[in-house]
Design a protein around this ligand. Structure first.
Ligand code: COI
Length: 355
């Protein structure tokens, strides 16, 4: 991934919007952290109520060495994006879905969570405070990362008594170093991402570090990312380290059911709706890896990833290559989603929130 330089150095002072426009290398945005100006912080103590939150300068936070998140991984996060439209409007995409998903994840991890209203307010405040970092129309977006952590001290294994909700942001472009070109997936059959009864279905921070080793092994061999199989039978596809996965065969678009081991992606859900609007039959069902290998097209979806076409899948030493239709299929789903997010295609479902 391409890190992006902020040529003016650390972004601490409230520079003019035009200064960022001039100094940012917008055309080479990747998915590396670009430090923006402000973050939003809100705490919840033993009374289980979140105090009023506030913006502060982006910077380090102080934590007890025995904070629940540091010792036992009590933390969940979200990812959402702000877009700048051609006519200068600023939009969030379905932030209430992130707020609800954070509440569901917090319940699974025994954490207090902000209300939907508090969550959306914090995301809006963060986006607006960092508006000069929202890339020009059509280039990328401001990735917004809401994070909820057990910040209270614990020693024995128990939920923390204090929670910190914080939101920060970074301008981003393409997630994969391939840019918009198709990615190459490696099917992992030793490591698994999640098991039945675990927390694979929520956006717990504990779902991410364990996949790093599989990702590193795959990247060392030149692959873009890893596709995981179900932990019971090593037969059905689950998800990719950073995204959900779909296949297209004839006029049917299929993706595995979430069933607790797969993240309920907001892009996943949106693509299922868009696919139906475009006339595809959409199915949520178990997909054996052998069936995926025979698909017409395969693609990944996620907030960070967007809609990423898959160019090849390598399973047990065999590489299968896919060709994308230039007008339909994955590319059409991608252009429709992006068109809605950028305010270029009618938002008939009311997914956009103007800020
Ligand atoms: C997202 O898509 O927002 C995520 O959180 C995935 C992460 C691996 C970047």
């Amino acid at each position: 991934q391409i890190g992006v330089r902020f040529l003016g150095g650390q972004a601490a002072s409230p520079l003019r919007e035009s200064a960022v426009e001039e100094e940012m290398d917008w055309d080479n945005l990747g998915f590396g952290l670009v430090q923006t100006d402000y973050m939003y912080l809100m705490k919840c103590g033993e009374d289980d109520e979140f105090e009023a939150g506030q913006l502060s300068r982006f910077g380090n936070i102080e934590l007890s060495p025995s904070a629940g998140v540091l010792n036992y991984g009590q933390g969940i996060f979200e990812g959402t994006k702000a877009y700048r439209s051609e006519n200068g409007g600023l939009f969030l995409f379905r932030p209430q879905e992130n707020a609800i998903r954070m509440q569901i994840g917090a319940e699974r991890m025994c954490m207090q969570s902000p209300s939907v209203h508090q969550f959306i307010h914090a995301v809006k405040q963060t986006a607006l405070a960092n508006r000069r970092w929202i890339p020009p129309p059509g280039i990328g977006s401001l990735y917004i990362r809401p994070l909820l952590i057990g910040s209270g001290p614990v020693l024995g294994l128990a939920p923390a008594a204090e929670y910190t909700f914080l939101v920060y942001a970074s301008p981003v472009g393409n997630y994969f170093k391939e840019g918009t070109a198709p990615i190459n997936l490696y099917v992992e059959d030793v490591f698994h991402r999640a098991g039945r009864g675990g927390a694979g279905g929520v956006k717990s921070i504990t779902n991410y570090a364990p996949v790093l080793k599989a990702m590193r092994r795959a990247k060392d061999k030149g692959f873009s990312d890893v596709l995981y199989l179900d932990a019971n039978n090593k037969k059905d596809i689950e998800e990719v380290s950073s995204s959900n996965v779909f296949m297209l065969k004839d006029n049917v678009i299929s993706t595995p059911p979430t069933n607790g081991t797969i993240l309920e992606g907001i892009t996943r859900k949106s693509i299922m709706d868009i696919a139906q609007d475009l006339g595809y039959q959409v199915q949520e069902r178990a997909i054996p890896i052998q069936e995926l290998l025979g698909a017409d097209e395969v693609f990944c979806t996620g907030t960070a990833v967007g809609v990423a076409p898959v160019g090849s899948i390598t399973y047990k030493g065999n590489r299968v290559e896919y060709k994308m239709s230039t007008e339909l299929g994955c590319l059409k789903l991608h252009s429709t989603l992006v068109g809605i997010q950028r305010g270029e295609i009618e938002d008939s479902r009311g997914w956009l929130v103007q800020i």
